[in-house]
Structure formats: structure tokens, C-alpha cells
Design a protein around this ligand. Structure first.
Ligand code: GDP
Ligand code: MG
Length: 768
């Protein structure tokens, strides 16, 4: 079957066109070795069926991003019958930059001028025949969205695919003309396909090209030695880029004629930009939008209307809607309503299954396995889904409308100081909601190392599920030690998480994940009203990995932990007495490791609970407090047997609990009394939970999103970071003067890294 490849800038409408052409035949897979989606489908309206491939969106054919390498290799090596280059006609000049590079490849090309509906609506027009003459390949005006002229496009593409085509370049009037010609002859001598393309890339000193053809590099080096032009510091890559843009401006752009008035009058897009990307207003506006998105997703007091509707209206009281729509003191946001809805459904299923099992006289361990192990674990993971979905929906709207590109642009300058680009900001902020969508969102980062560093620190932005740990333990500290204020402690914990993130990013970007932040080349697409169909496609794209993982890795690991916490070494079911389980003995075994963190062997008999809670927290962070509850129940029997001293009030309070308390404070106090843990150790324990390996859902996502072979080192990174951070927190809070040892140590490390880097840079400069 003939293969037609769609190539173009991100946001030019490739996916929309792909969907219109292929309909239900579309099939999504992965490009080998990377997490970039590979979409394939069949176009059936011509006399023979054609395979259509949606290449990743790219701005150029340089080897800077995985997308660029994939698209480039596909066109060069897989030799499609025709490349359909989609050009966003509302952004003609910048889109044609890629076109000038595609034209250099020996492959039939047809240009699809997309978004013509918008161009026409703005009163502008494009002289297609003039453009066609200048570019030298067929040009067709289309609207992928309105499905206009798609048949004409495919007919032209089919005709083009029947004739072979030699690459052509727009660089023939540049000072580098002779060099390019010489290198091209050398490539032809080596019998290499696409000699013109390779020649130009070698002149640009493209990494991949130098790697593959080091023998031809001297031709370029010799020419460079005698080259006098000093513009762009003699950098050939810059000179070539400049030539391309100049050529486009002089030869291609005149085909576009703008409406008389629209030259002076700002387009609507420009007008919106005057406000949204304003130097002063830009960031505040973005923060407000962000706050609204989070508010709609996570708030239990929608629009702060709680003061008006603090009581459930009588007509709703005791109806099923009550718990769904109201939380004491406020109305629920759509996110919380969806969350509650799913929760009531899953509770219904669990209860039903549990009743059935009782009816059938199932063994206790069987019902626990099915209800707590399989269903409990699965539902814990799925419970994130509604809010993740909603968060994604909002962010997809912001993305599709073209706003996100601007946010990245505004923030780029600040983020560069930490060694990240502006696009790393979004995933980090999303991390406060849930690490899963946040990690998926790092797909917008071009550089693998930057992406790895970002994925690693996302869990430090404390997610919604960690909040219950924070509030329970902060509450417990205030209740038992009578110090501080729970809100303040919680807030301080968020700050500790963020500081850990910033410091570890700086360290990584200077050591293992070193690399330049790629320059911010990104066109600002004009604003679009997002389309429902495209939104759904994007949503599904992002969620499918998560759902697949929920039913495999996550389920398997949940079952393993269920088994460890419900069975003793002699294979007998412990039936709630968790202190006899395998997990408990493992907890006792690893307990000494936590001594430097303040919750190891210095604690009394029940001290291992903290080690165990950290492990159960891996399923879902809510489990940390649930584990406290299970153990608080065990504690009672020990207190009665006289093997443990607990104050009678606490025992009474625990007895009064029929299930885990809402805020987890009683359980925490019970744990404090049973173990004699101090408050610095408790803070260290929270820090550990916040910065260590995140829940299984996040780990599974990290596995899917990280570059190959990076998961192992990432898990080590999480363990090491949480260990060091908690240790520092414990030491400083217990013995304040240790700060005078830790701080200088940090500074010395920083200075050493700085000088090593300087030395390495110098060595590299000498080699070149
Ligand atoms: P991709 O990144 O190249 O795959 O681009 P998409 O197909 O996701 O399209 C980006 C945005 O442009 C979406 O919001 C589309 O609905 C919109 N879009 C695509 N083609 C057209 C078109 O022909 N006209 C208009 N008005 N919008 C379009
Ligand atoms: Mg796309």
C-alpha cells in the first residue's frame, strides 16, 4: 500500500486532518523506543487505499527533540510515497520554515494550506498559483476542520506520488552555495540517498550528520577557515536559518494579501495578546486562571458560597444528593461532585460484593482479598480519575485555545535560572492536584534530560491525596504536643516539598541531567475556539496509558501488598491483627534504616508502624492514615493485655470509631502514644512520605513517560532524596545548631559541582 505522511508544525491541524481522512480506520501505537504517539490509518476514497501516517508535530528537522528525529528519520528512511506538508495559513511565514527543509528531501511533496476558513473570515486571501510557482510543488487550500477540499488535496497528492522528485533548496543565493554544492557532490559520490538534504545538514553541523559522516566534515571545516562573513559569528546554522526566513519573506509571503484595513488594525489575536501576555498582567492573570481551574476541580466550597448555603436546603436533606453536592460548610465543585459520585458507586459495588460473599459463607480471607485487595486497590486508583479527567479537560481547553504556549513563553525567563524551560511550569503546578496528569503533561518538554528532571520532582509538589496525611499528622501534633497551629504546619510542609523540588532540579541540571535548555523557539499560534471533537481526542490520548496501567501494574502491586499485610509467615490469615503480618515483621526489619530520620529504633515497641505506613502509602497515599486506623484497633488488645501503655481517653476514642475518622487525628494520637514519637520525627515522617516514591499510579505513569531505562534511577533518586531531606528536617528540628553544619556542607557541594563543571566545559572547549 502507498504510504502518505502528514508533516507540519504542532497545532497546524494535522490530527484534525488525519481524523477526517482516516475516520474509523485510525490506529494509535508508539514510535519504537519513545512515548511519542504513532497514528496510522487508511484513506479509501481513491482507486487504491492509501495508508496515512500522522508524524509528530515539529518546527524543523534538527535533531533537538525526539519528535524531530522521528519525523526526519521516517521521511528519509521509510521513504513515504508522498509527504503532505500541512501549513497553518494563518501563520504562513513561520510554518513555511519547515517547508523549506522538507523541500530539500528527494520525496514528492504536496502542501496543504490549512485553516483557510479562518484566513477568509479575516478577509485575507492567498494567491495559490503564485505560491505554487515559487515553491515548485502543488499547493491546495483546505480546511481540515470543515473538511473542505480534502478530496482535491488527496487527488493532487496521489498524482504527485506517481512521479519521483529531486530535492531543491532556497539557499542557492546564499554565500554558502558553493560549499553546499561541494558537499552534495561528496554525498552523491558515497551513493547516499537525499544528498542535498544531508549536505545542508552537514553544513549546519547537525549532530546526527556529523556522527554518520565524519569523513565529510573536513570539507565544511576547510571552507569555514577561509570564510570571511562575520554575521552571526560565522555560525553556519544561524546563517542558514536566517537565509531561509529571508527567502520566505521575499518570495513566499507576497502571495498572502491582507485585507486593506487589517494591516493597521490589530487582529483579534493580537488584541487578546496585548492583555494576556502583558509584562505586568500576564503572570497574575495566569495565576487567577489556574486558581479557578483548581477551584472547580478540588474545592468543597464552590465560589466560597458556603456562608450562604452552609446548611443543606431542607428539600435536599437526607436525599442521595446531600452527600454528593454538599460538604459541611459549602457546595461541592464539579470535580468533587464527580469524585463523590464515583465513590458512592464504588462503595455500592464493594458493599454488594461483600454482602454476597457473606451470603455464600466465603472464608474471611477470601472476602478480604476480593473486597480490600482487588476492589479496594483498583477503586483507590480509579478514584483519582474524575478529577484527573476534569483537570485534563480544562488544561486541554487552555492548550487547544493557544493560551498555554503563551504561558510557557511568559515563564521561560524565570525558569531558565533553574535550568528548565517555561514549559516545565505547567506539569509542576498540576502536581499539586495529582502527579499522574502532571507527568503526562511533561510531553510538551522537548529535551529528554529536562523532562526526566521534571518528572522526578513532580511528586514533591504535594498532591491532593497527600493532604490527608498532612492534616492528620499536623492535627495530631497540635492535639498531643500542644504546639503550633495545624494550618501553619501543613503550609510549611508544602514549602518544604517545593524547596526540595527546586534544589534537586538545580543539582540534577548541574550533574546527571546536565544539558542546555533548548532555545525557546515556538510560534505563538493564533487563538482558536477549541473544538469538542479535538478535545476528546486529546483527552483520550492522555488518559489511555493511565487506564491501561491501572489494570495491570497497579492491580498487581496492590495485591502483593494486600497479601503481605494480611498473612503471617506461616501462611495463616491474620484477620485484622496487622501486627502479626509479614508486612509488620518486614517493618520491624527495616525499622533501623529510619533511625537517622527520627522514626527508627529510638521509638518504643510499636515504632515499626511508621515503616509499614510508608510502604502501604505506595498504593495510594490515603493508605498511610488507614494503616494507622488498622493498627489503632490492634493497639486496644495490647493495651488490655497490659503490654502497652495508652491513656484511657485515647482508648475510649478509638473504641468509639467504627471506621477511620474523617480527619485521622485520633489514630495519629494513638500512634504517638504507642510509639513515643516526637514532633520533629513526625514532621520528618511527613517529609519522607511527601518526597519518596509516589503512589503506584504515579510510578506507572513515570514508567510510561520517562525515557527508556530511566525508571530504576528515578526510584533510587526518590529514595535518596526523601532520605536526605527527612534526615535534614529531623536533625534541624531536633538539634537546631545542626543547621550550621548542614548549610556549609551544601555550600561546599555547590562550589565543588560548579568548579567540576567549569573544568569539564574547558576540557570540552579545548577538544573542539
Ligand atoms: P495538530 O497539533 O497539528 O495535530 O493540530 P490539531 O489537529 O490538534 O488542531 C489544533 C487546533 O486547530 C484544534 O483546536 C483544531 O480544532 C483547530 N483546527 C484544525 N484545523 C482547522 C481548520 O481547518 N480550521 C479551523 N478553524 N480550526 C482548525
Ligand atoms: Mg496532533
Amino acid at each position: 500500500m502507498k504510504r502518505f505522511a502528514l508533516a507540519g508544525n504542532p497545532n497546524c491541524g494535522k490530527t484534525t486532518l488525519f481524523n477526517s481522512l482516516t475516520g474509523s480506520t485510525a490506529h494509535v501505537g508508539n514510535w519504537p523506543g519513545v512515548t511519542v504517539d504513532k497514528k496510522e490509518g487508511v484513506y479509501k476514497k481513491l482507486k487504491e487505499p492509501l495508508e496515512i501516517i500522522d508524524l509528530p508535530g515539529i518546527y524543523s528537522l534538527s535533531p533537538y527533540t525526539p519528535e524531530e528525529v522521528i519525523s526526519r528519520n521516517y521521511i528519509l528512511e521509510e521513504k513515504p510515497s508522498c509527504v503532505i506538508n500541512i501549513v497553518d495559513a494563518t501563520n504562513l511565514e513561520r510554518n513555511l520554515y519547515l517547508t523549506t527543509q522538507l523541500l530539500e528531501i528527494d520525496v514528492p511533496i504536496v502542501i496543504a494550506l490549512n485553516m483557510m476558513d479562518v484566513v477568509k473570515k479575516n478577509g485575507n486571501s492567498i494567491d495559490v498559483s503564485a505560491l505554487e510557482k515559487k515553491i515548485g510543488v502543488p499547493v491546495v487550500e483546505i480546511s481540515a476542520l470543515k473538511e473542505e477540499h480534502l478530496d482535491e488535496l488527496m487527488n493532487k497528492a496521489y498524482e504527485a506520488s506517481l512521479i519521483s522528485r529531486k530535492g531543491k533548496t532556497v539557499l542557492m543565493d546564499s554565500a554558502l552555495k558553493h560549499l553546499i554544492q561541494d558537499v552534495e557532490i561528496a554525498f552523491k559520490g558515497k551513493n547516499i540517498d537525499h544528498p542535498l538534504f544531508h549536505a545542508i545538514k552537514l553544513v549546519e553541523k547537525d549532530e546526527l550528520e556529523i556522527q554518520d559522516h565524519p569523513d565529510l566534515l573536513p570539507i565544511v571545516e576547510d571552507f569555514k577557515a577561509t570564510f570571511k562573513d562575520d554575521t552571526f559569528g560565522g555560525d553556519f546554522e544561524a546563517i542558514i536559518a536566517d537565509r531561509r526566513y529571508q527567502y520566505i519573506a521575499k518570495n513566499f509571503s507576497p502571495a498572502l494579501s491582507k485585507k486593506e484595513t487589517s494591516k493597521e488594525k490589530l487582529t483579534r489575536s493580537d488584541k487578546i495578546d496585548k492583555v494576556l501576555t502583558n509584562k505586568w498582567l500576564g503572570i497574575p492573570i495566569f495565576l487567577i486562571i489556574l486558581l479557578v481551574v483548581f477551584h472547580l476541580t478540588f474545592s468543597e466550597n464552590l465560589f466560597f458560597l458556603g456562608f450562604l448555603f452552609s446548611d443543606v436546603p431542607p428539600s435536599f436533606a437526607d436525599s442521595p444528593f446531600e452527600g454528593l453536592l454538599w460538604t459541611s460548610g459549602g457546595i461541592n465543585s464539579p470535580g468533587v461532585i464527580l469524585f463523590n459520585l464515583l465513590e458512592s458507586i464504588t462503595t455500592l459495588i464493594s458493599d454488594g460484593v461483600s454482602d454476597l460473599l457473606t451470603l455464600w459463607n466465603a472464608e474471611a480471607w477470601v472476602s478480604s482479598f476480593i473486597v480490600d485487595g482487588v476492589l479496594g486497590g483498583l477503586f483507590a486508583v480509579l478514584s483519582f480519575l474524575p478529577q484527573i479527567l476534569l483537570l485534563f479537560l480544562f488544561f486541554s481547553i487552555l492548550e487547544d485555545s493557544g493560551y498555554m504556549a503563551r504561558v510557557a513563553f511568559i515563564l521561560d525567563r524565570i525558569f531558565r535560572r533553574f535550568g528548565l524551560s517555561g514549559r516545565a511550569f505547567m506539569p509542576m503546578i498540576m502536581g499539586f492536584g495529582c502527579s499522574v496528569p502532571a507527568m503526562i503533561n511533561t510531553r510538551t518538554l522537548a529535551d529528554d534530560k529536562e523532562r526526566t528532571a521534571t518528572i522526578r520532582v513532580i511528586p514533591f509538589f504535594s498532591c491532593g491525596a497527600k493532604l490527608p496525611i498532612l492534616t492528620a499528622i499536623a492535627g495530631g501534633i497540635v492535639e498531643h504536643f500542644h504546639i503550633g497551629n495545624a494550618d501553619f504546619i501543613t503550609f510549611a510542609m508544602y514549602i518544604i516539598g517545593m524547596l526540595t523540588a527546586i534544589i534537586s532540579v538545580i543539582i540534577m541540571r548541574n550533574t546527571s541531567m546536565k544539558g542546555d535548555v533548548p532555545p525557546f523557539i515556538m510560534e505563538l499560534p493564533s487563538y482558536h475556539i477549541p473544538q469538542g471533537k479535538a478535545l476528546m481526542v486529546h483527552l483520550w490520548d492522555k488518559l489511555k496509558h493511565f487506564i491501561k496501567k491501572a489494570f495491570t501494574i497497579i492491580l498487581a502491586s496492590t495485591i502483593v501488598i494486600w497479601f503481605l499485610s494480611n498473612f503471617a509467615w506461616n501462611w495463616s490469615y491474620v484477620d485484622g491483627a496487622m501486627d502479626e503480618s509479614i508486612l509488620a515483621s518486614l517493618g520491624k526489619f527495616i525499622q533501623p534504616i529510619f533511625t537517622p530520620l527520627g522514626f527508627g529504633v529510638q521509638l518504643a515497641s510499636f515504632g515499626w508502624v511508621f515503616a509499614v505506613a510508608a510502604v502501604t502509602g505506595l498504593i495510594a497515599k490515603e493508605n498511610v492514615i488507614a494503616t494507622f486506623y488498622t493498627l489503632a484497633i490492634c493497639i486496644i488488645s495490647h493495651a488490655e493485655a497490659g503490654t502497652l501503655v495508652i491513656s484511657p481517653e485515647v482508648i475510649d476514642q478509638i473504641r468509639a470509631l467504627s471506621e477511620a475518622s474523617d480527619d485521622g487525628i485520633i489514630e495519629t494520637v494513638a500512634m504517638i502514644e504507642a510509639t513515643g514519637i516526637t514532633w520533629p520525627s513526625l514532621i520528618s515522617f511527613i517529609t519522607f512520605n511527601m518526597t519518596t516514591i509516589p503512589c503506584f499510579a504515579a510510578v506507572a505513569t513515570a514508567k510510561a513517560e520517562l525515557p527508556k531505562k530511566k525508571l530504576g534511577s528515578t526510584i533510587v533518586f526518590w529514595l535518596v532524596t526523601s532520605y536526605i531531606t527527612s534526615c535534614i528536617v529531623y536533625l534541624v528540628l531536633s538539634f537546631w545548631w545542626t543547621i550550621f553544619i548542614i548549610l556549609p556542607l551544601f555550600i561546599i557541594c555547590g562550589v565543588v559541582i560548579h568548579f567540576i563543571n567549569k573544568y569539564l566545559d574547558q576540557k570540552k572547549a579545548l577538544q573542539n
